[in-house]
Write a protein that binds this ligand. Structure first.
Ligand SMILES: Nc1ncnc2c1ncn2[C@@H]1O[C@H](COP(=O)(O)OP(=O)(O)OP(=O)(O)O)[C@@H](O)[C@H]1O
Ligand SMILES: [Mg+2]
Length: 339
């Protein structure tokens, strides 16, 4: 776990980049720092692996003030994707990715295997391995930067706008890829972006920065449900409800597949083709990972009044307009009641 306690950082020229910042990143989760340019995000990152030290307050890793940790160990154990990519230009892509594994003494065979694995993972052709960073596009270089940071399976991963230079389609794919990786590895991730949609998508928790301070630190859901002040509300934007629909899985709003919906679903259930002996659903359906936004989009384009949610061929629920309204309406009622 990484913990910031009342941290202030003033640079030698007198610029105070952050003031009295406190938040913690739980082990194995992703915390996203989001905010406008110059608000202190990169500075906050650098305080974790001691590229900078705080002027006041403490940054601790697993309960120990990081100034008491061995600096070399700390850096080796902390993958860092820096904002300007920062590849070594005189080293090949393969050598760049192998930097930390080499440093910590992996044998050549293991390094070789790991480099290939990471090139595949980042969707980079294996042919790039012997090329130099200058021969790659900006987006490709960025992916090499991510591969290099992941190479030695660090416990902590600092990612400063890692997907900033990518086109929207590639960014979306890499974000999804990364969410998958994150589920498989147990890395504690601090992720910086200025894009609120990316923050909502990637973060278990989000720290919203205004100049030099954290104005709200919460889960994506809580930030959308209850922005703390006008700055946060403005930062999220007008389409708050859409963003909420986008990060809520259908399983949170779906109703039981019975009553008026049972008949429609039965029509698409084919008991004879089922492999598991039960019935299998073969009509238009949603999967449990689909967002409510995706469900709404499908409902608007479909003739059906409701869509079943199907997992492993089995109908586990249904989503109709009423479920979406009921679920999202309830929250706004509760909020009005509270104020
Ligand atoms: N080495 C430095 N010396 C003096 N001031 C600095 C230094 N590094 C950053 N700053 C200042 O600290 C403030 C925060 O900078 P920082 O790089 O942390 O912002 P950021 O949130 O990462 O911005 P961006 O989104 O543009 O990357 C800025 O005012 C910046 O000018
Ligand atoms: Mg920055």
């Amino acid at each position: 776990m990484i913990e910031f306690e009342n941290v202030t950082k003033t640079y030698p020229d007198g610029t105070t980049a952050i003031e009295n910042v406190s938040f913690s990143v739980e082990a194995g989760t992703t915390t996203v720092l989001v905010g406008p340019s110059g608000c202190g995000k990169t500075t906050t990152m650098k305080l974790v692996n001691r590229l900078e030290d705080p002027t006041d307050g403490t940054v601790s890793v697993d309960g120990t003030d990081n100034r008491e940790l061995d600096e070399i160990d700390l850096r080796r154990n902390t993958g860092y994707v820096i904002q300007e990519i920062g590849l070594f230009d005189h080293r090949t892509v393969g050598e760049n990715i192998a930097t930390v594994p080499k440093l910590v003494g992996w044998d050549d065979e293991r390094i070789d295997e790991r480099v290939r694995e990471l090139l595949d993972l980042m969707d980079l052709s294996r042919g790039f391995r012997d090329q130099y960073p200058s021969e790659l596009s900006g987006g490709q270089r960025q992916r090499v930067g991510v591969a290099r940071a992941l190479a030695a399976d660090p416990d902590v991963l600092l990612m400063d706008e890692p997907f900033g230079a990518l086109d929207p389609i590639t960014r979306d794919r890499l974000q999804n890829e990364f969410l998958d990786i994150q589920e498989r590895i147990n890395t504690t991730i601090l992720f910086v972006t200025h894009d609120i949609d990316e923050a909502l998508k990637m973060g278990d928790r989000i720290a919203i920065f205004d100049v030099g301070e954290v104005v709200q630190y919460d889960t994506p859901q809580a930030i959308l449900d209850d922005p703390k002040n006008e700055f946060v509300a403005d930062f999220i934007g007008e389409d708050r409800s859409f963003k909420r629909l986008d990060i809520t899985p259908v399983t949170e709003v779906m109703g039981p597949p019975d009553g008026e919906y049972a008949a429609a679903i039965d029509g698409n259930t084919d008991a004879t083709t089922a492999t598991d002996g039960g019935s299998s659903y073969d009509g238009e359906a949603l999967s449990p990972d689909d967002s409510v936004k995706a469900a709404l989009d499908r409902l608007l384009r479909s003739d059906a009044p409701a869509l079943p949610v199907v997992e492993n061929g089995e109908v586990i629920g249904v989503v109709a307009d009423e479920h979406i309204r009921a679920s999202f309406g309830r929250r706004s009622d509760a909020r009005q009641g509270a104020t």
